[in-house]
Design a protein around this ligand. Structure first.
Ligand code: ZN
Length: 445
């Protein structure tokens, strides 16, 4: 017998999730009492539960009767391994933070083991908080990739490039060579993609940016870079090059849909125009921008101009959480305050920024970012049964203004359960804690 959903009781699925509410993101709106069906890691159906055969079988059947099911969150900018520097130097402005605290510690400690352990800790934190995909930028991307693979997180792994030597590479040639070697090693991985990740306009010279533009074009990979983060960065660019950073990047061939422009805080209308014309992407990192006193990005103006704006946490050294629920709430509140319009960045808009718009920024919008048939089953469940969440008139607004990452009960990537009843399924939490403690001892010395 075929039921209204077009599914017969003899159809077989790997996973069936019945949920009180489903927020597919695309189309907008919330569905009540629906069931998501997964086969081979792909979303195979989304139907009213009542229209399915009651005896429809799946290898696993999860019932979430006080939860919202939604796409996994996309953290469009982080430095995962820097979780090992969490809280190391707070209440300091960006230049001093980098020059006096971060860079000397990186010189002393950053090596493959540090990156693997730090990235694994970050991946566990992100999964527990409902993030299923991140765009990462750090040294030793091969070791970051190993950790993402181990954790089951999806990632756009940055191939870092700077024009000064570090423990990872001596010059731009060496950075690029090591990055491409890592990319080649992981080329067939189902959840890992690579991006060119020049650090910032103040650490990368013209020649290197030009070469990166050529590589990005030839290989069709995104360019993930910090840009227009502080007023000082823009002033120094004007003094040194006679151009604002985005103007300079455009002259050097960087300024198309491949550009993931992180921060984009200090923007004039002409900068916004450059991003909009290029169909480039901006990543808003509200906590990091506030904590380092960089400023508040003009998110409403960017969106109005047609720029795709994603959300990111930045690294745990400058946030200090990899918590996309925090970024959603803060992003929505700041957009209202900065624009003077309480209707700006409504709950659904900010949920879309944290999912589908993030996926689009990373070039993954065909694979993830919404609960649409044919997309990969990167899905999270958020519980609304906590006393602090009651009553609930509008689950969409609750997700942004009420819920926290502690309400994430289940997480799947590619249909594989990574978090069940708030617990890590594949990773050993006790071992992660032991490793974090042993790094703390070494870094504190
Ligand atoms: Zn950053």
């Amino acid at each position: 017998m075929v039921f209204p959903a077009g599914i017969s009781s003899t159809d077989r699925f790997d996973l069936r999730i019945d949920a009180q509410w489903v927020l597919p993101v695309e189309p907008a709106g919330i569905l009540k009492a629906h069931t998501l069906l997964v086969r081979d890691g792909t979303i195979a159906g989304l139907h009213p539960t009542a229209e399915l055969p009651p005896d429809l079988e799946a290898a696993r059947h999860v019932r979430l009767m006080a939860h919202v099911l939604m796409p996994g969150l996309v953290n469009a900018h982080t430095h995962a391994a820097m979780t090992l520097f969490r809280g190391l130097a707070d209440d300091t402005h960006l230049e001093a933070w980098l020059q006096e605290h971060v860079w000397p510690r990186e010189a002393a400690h950053v090596a493959p083991g540090f990156v693997y352990d730090g990235t694994l800790l970050a991946a566990a934190e992100m999964l527990r908080g409902g993030t299923t995909c991140c765009s990462d930028m750090y040294f030793f991307p091969d070791d970051a990739a190993r950790a993402f693979d181990q954790a089951g997180l999806r990632a756009l792994v940055g191939m870092p490039v700077l024009d000064f030597p570090t423990s990872y590479a001596g010059d731009a040639d060496a950075y690029l060579k090591r990055g491409f070697e890592a990319r080649d090693l992981w080329r067939q991985h189902p959840r890992l993609r690579f991006a060119l990740a020049p650090h910032a306009p103040y650490t990368v010279g013209d020649d290197t940016f030009s070469r990166i533009a050529v590589f990005a074009n030839q290989l069709d990979v995104p360019i993930h870079t910090h840009v227009h983060e502080t007023a000082k960065e823009v002033e120094e660019s004007l003094a040194r090059f006679g151009e604002r950073p985005l103007e300079r990047l455009r002259r050097l061939g960087i300024g198309g849909p491949e550009l993931i422009a992180v921060h984009a805080v200090h923007l004039q209308p002409e900068d916004i125009e450059i991003l909009a014309r290029a169909q480039a992407n901006a990543v808003h990192c509200p906590s990091s921008n506030l904590k380092l006193a960089s400023g508040i990005a003009p998110v409403a103006a960017l969106r109005k101009a047609g720029v795709n704006v994603a959300l990111g946490t930045d690294g745990a050294a400058s946030n200090n959480r990899l918590d996309m629920f925090e970024e959603m709430r803060l992003g929505a509140l700041l957009a209202k305050a900065r624009s003077g319009d309480a209707a700006e960045l409504a709950a659904h808009d900010v949920l879309r920024m944290a999912t589908l718009d993030g996926a689009r920024a990373l070039g993954l919008e065909r694979q993830i970012g919404s609960l649409e048939i044919g997309k990969r089953a990167d899905v999270i469940a958020v519980s609304l049964e906590d006393l602090d969440s009651l009553p609930c008139y509008d689950p969409t607004s609750h997700l942004v203004y009420v819920c926290s990452r502690r309400d994430v009960s289940h997480v799947w990537t590619d249909g594989e359960c990574r978090i069940q009843d708030r617990q890590l399924v594949h990773l050993d939490a006790a071992e992660l804690a032991r490793n974090a403690g042993s790094w703390q001892e070494r870094i504190q010395q």
